[in-house]
Ligand binder design. Structure first.
Ligand code: PMP
Length: 358
């Protein structure tokens, strides 16, 4: 009979050496760790009114997501054929790397799934450090592109976890210099003050725009989508699993798009809270926040591990980024009341740490 230890030997080495993405649930009162929206934009009675939806649970979902694609096409001013739907944009990252293969290049620190998925699929992952202002380091990027000839480049703008947009001219230079596909991941674009890259799609066939509904109040649905040249979307369609987007998610996402005014109102509340949070963070001695175009703020403190523990003791969960960026933490913008409680708790934590250090 096979032993447990033999099973491990069967695992492909590239998978065996991976570390799983940490998405554990930590009990807390105020959850500000995962870049979700604190608002659920659709009124519950509006959702419950969709009786037809609940009567069709015995059937597979629309495999093509026609209605949702049509709505997204209208919303973004593109054709349905240029859109591919994913179970979260995570899944589309998987599909893109499956379709194109590596090397896969991305600046770091950034969203960790580009590297994890590349490695899971046995492709070479190349990380190029950002410059000291968290913008693209053009010397390093262009050198790496020339040397490694990546088939795929992922640029998250606004970037997670740093919160800034990369300079548009630099992104453009990379699209022009690359002989592979450049994915501009605009997961946080709704919160940004600058225009995204969608208008450039028609001029650059190697450009892919990645979007998600997760950050604007629909994280539970797992709805992400890419927009690209129709010919490229058709190729990625070949690796998409049938029925990857369930009926409930398709229907709720469609409702969300039809109620974009309600969604936009929550986005505006979040960006205005972000500015208030930024001011409050800047005013705490020993806390240095980075400017943000997203729904979260990266900030530095002298002892993030201690701050994390002290906040959690008060029921507030934020993300400790210390392993990735020295002394850094990331806070997702919450409701006004949540942000106030967080600021109060952070003030207290920093003061206690200073006192204990003396
Ligand atoms: N891209 C970036 C930059 C992200 O930060 C995230 C979420 N953390 C995603 C993509 C994935 O989002 P989802 O799978 O929920 O669409």
């Amino acid at each position: 009979m096979m032993k447990k230890t033999d099973i491990i030997k069967l695992i492909r080495p590239n998978v065996r050496s991976l570390k799983a993405y940490e998405a554990k649930e930590i009990k807390c009162r105020i959850k500000l760790d995962a870049n979700e929206s604190p608002f659920s934009p659709l009124p519950a009675d509006l959702v419950a009114r969709d009786k037809k939806l609940f009567a069709a649970l015995n059937r597979y979902p629309d495999p093509e997501g026609k209605a949702l694609k049509k709505a997204l096409a209208g919303e973004n001013g593109v054709t349905s054929k240029s859109i591919l739907l994913g179970n979260g944009s995570d899944e589309i990252i998987y599909y893109l790397i499956t379709t194109l293969g590596g090397p896969v290049l991305f600046p770091t620190p950034t969203f960790v799934m580009y590297g994890i998925i590349a490695r899971a699929l046995g492709e070479k992952a190349i990380s190029v450090p950002l410059d000291s202002g968290y913008d693209l380091d053009m010397d390093k990027m262009l050198k790496a592109i020339k040397k490694e000839k990546p088939r795929l480049i992922f640029l998250a703008s606004p970037n997670n976890p740093t919160g800034n947009c990369y300079s548009a001219e630099r992104i453009l230079k990379i699209i022009e210099a690359s002989k592979g596909i450049v994915v501009v991941d605009e997961a946080y674009q709704p919160f940004a003050s600058r225009q995204g890259f969608l208008p450039l799609l028609k001029d650059y066939p190697n450009l892919v725009i990645l979007r998600t509904m997760s950050k604007i109040g629909f994280a539970s649905l797992r709805v992400g989508y890419m927009i690209a040249d129709e010919s490229l979307t058709a190729e990625v369609e070949k690796v998409r699993l049938p029925y990857n987007l369930n009926t409930l998610s398709q229907a709720m996402a469609l409702m969300g798009i039809k109620q974009m005014k309600l969604v936009d109102a929550t986005v505006r509340k979040i960006t205005s809270e972000r500015e208030r949070l930024m001011k409050a963070l800047s005013s705490i001695q020993g806390v240095t926040p980075c400017p943000s175009e997203a729904n979260f703020i990266l900030f530095r403190v002298s002892d993030p591990d201690m701050v994390f523990d002290k906040l959690l003791k008060q029921g507030i969960l934020i993300k400790n980024m210390n392993g990735i960026i020295r002394n850094a933490m990331r806070i997702t913008v919450g409701t006004r009341a949540e942000n106030d409680l967080f600021i109060k708790a952070l003030n207290k934590a920093v003061m206690e740490i200073n006192r204990e250090a003396k």
